[in-house]
Design a protein around this ligand. Structure first.
Ligand code: NDP
Length: 401
């Protein structure tokens, strides 16, 4: 029988919702490209419910306990006194969400001799030291595609929000003002601008498709080039390096995983390659960017705006400079955890658990690490190594709070 430790974000401050804003979710059968949505044998939750916080338990308790397994659910994940640290010693499975990541560093993996599966309820497994997972034979899996479109929608929203100066204008309304000139002194149209994505995977390509009707010029860079018919359909300009893309674009969006090849790829040096007044939207991972270089670029005008929902570490300490830097539209890490996305990733988590516990193979498209090496989608999108360095700083969030 397995012990499953599940790290989730806290419930809403006023408790779990007693009712929801909408009664149902649209029915979606397939993702773009044809991949099927998760196919667990069953689910024990209502689609559209808040599943990602502690009381939601990803809808897993009934299934696990009725099969004799143990489920521990906690939001206490950082520092040596956390529940996660206490429970690791005999955990077979650790489930974590990128929004509130249970950093599985090499030290923590060493404290978990029984650990066989690190399961990401979402996409992006950089919170796991993948090198250590490979060395210790821990399988790493994630629910590929579950929230890619959710994030693509968020990216489009953030690009429009920055370029049109939405949030500062909204603030004038809340302050009782009617300050048209203050609002529009930094407001432009996206029409005719050049927008480029670093990575045209599921999210990056979906962003490009969604921006096409805005009559923007579309650019991308990726390790693997898209099919010629897709390039022709969207009239894409491909750049062999991200550095070339930076200089060609008014808006840059980052949509690649965090791994040693991409860590801090936007830094004081590479920011000089951007057009002055470029906008940067990063919903991929905070550590793709050098924290202080972003602040400086906003202060000196090299960047006209920065938005995203990803930080390093998470939760970001209260004094993280991205909370207070100018011309930004930051949110906590939410783009991939809409109620719509939660339904998909809770079902996908259940599917992966069923496979693992019943000794059936996990879908190749969900695998990041397996059998001591990068596997499945991980072999395509990641590089070996570790990107969790510095994650212990996440413990400062509660101390300061
Ligand atoms: P995909 O695997 O479909 O796409 C990732 C793409 O990144 C692949 O096309 C891959 O290229 C490319 N890539 C990898 N390394 C590089 C590199 N060095 N330079 C250029 N391109 C590179 O994943 P998704 O689109 O679904 O998700 C992308 C990332 O977005 C996730 O890894 C995660 O970090 C983040 N994310 C954030 C969420 C949020 O809530 N904010 C939710 C979901 C994801 P190739 O395969 O051609 O090698």
């Amino acid at each position: 029988m397995a012990k499953v430790v599940c790290v989730l974000y806290d419930d809403p401050i006023d408790g779990m919702p007693k009712s929801y804003a909408r009664d149902d979710l649209p029915r979606i059968d397939h993702y773009p490209g044809g991949q099927t949505l998760p196919t667990p044998k069953g689910i024990d939750f209502a689609p559209g419910a808040l599943l990602g916080s502690v009381s939601g338990e990803l809808g897993l308790r009934k299934y696990l306990e009725s099969n004799g397994h143990t489920l521990v659910v906690t939001s206490s994940k950082d520092g040596p006194d956390s529940v996660l640290e206490r429970e690791l010693h005999d955990a077979d499975v650790v489930i974590s969400q990128p929004f509130w990541p249970a950093y599985l560093t090499a030290e923590r993996i060493a404290k978990a001799p029984k650990l066989k599966l690190a399961l990401t309820a979402g996409i992006g497994s950089d919170h796991v030291d993948l090198q250590a997972a490979m060395e210790k034979g821990v399988t790493v899996a994630e629910v590929t595609y579950c929230n890619s479109i959710s994030v693509a929608e968020h990216v489009v929203m953030m690009i429009l929000g920055l370029v049109r100066n939405y949030l500062p204008s909204h603030d004038w309304v809340r302050k009782g003002g009617w300050n048209i000139a203050d609002c529009v002194a930094r407001s432009y149209d996206v029409e005719g601008m050049h927008v480029g994505t670093v990575a045209a995977g599921r999210i990056g390509l979906a962003v490009l498709r969604r921006l096409k009707p805005f009559d923007m010029h579309l650019h991308y860079t990726d390790r693997h080039r898209l099919p010629a018919e897709v390039e022709a359909e969207l009239n894409l300009t491909w750049h062999p390096t991200r550095e070339e893309l930076y200089g060609a674009c008014d808006v840059v969006t980052l949509n690649c995983p965090l791994h040693p090849e991409t860590e801090h790829m936007v830094n004081a040096e590479t920011l000089k390659l951007f057009k002055r007044g470029a906008y940067l939207v990063n919903t991929a991972r905070g550590k793709l960017c050098d924290r202080d270089a972003i602040v400086q670029a906003l202060e000196n005008g090299q960047l006209a705006g920065y938005a995203g929902d990803v930080w390093f570490p998470q939760p970001a300490p209260q004094d993280h400079p991205w909370r207070s830097m100018p011309h930004q539209g930051m949110t906590p890490h939410i783009s991939g955890t809409s109620l719509s996305a939660q339904t998909r990733y809770a079902a996908g988590t259940r599917e992966i658990l069923e496979c693992f516990l019943e000794g059936r193979p996990i879908r190749d498209e969900y695998l990041i690490v397996d059998g001591g090496k990068l596997a499945g989608v991980g072999a395509h999108s990641y590089s070996a190594g570790n990107a969790t360095g510095g994650s212990e700083e996440a413990a400062r969030f509660r101390k300061a709070g």
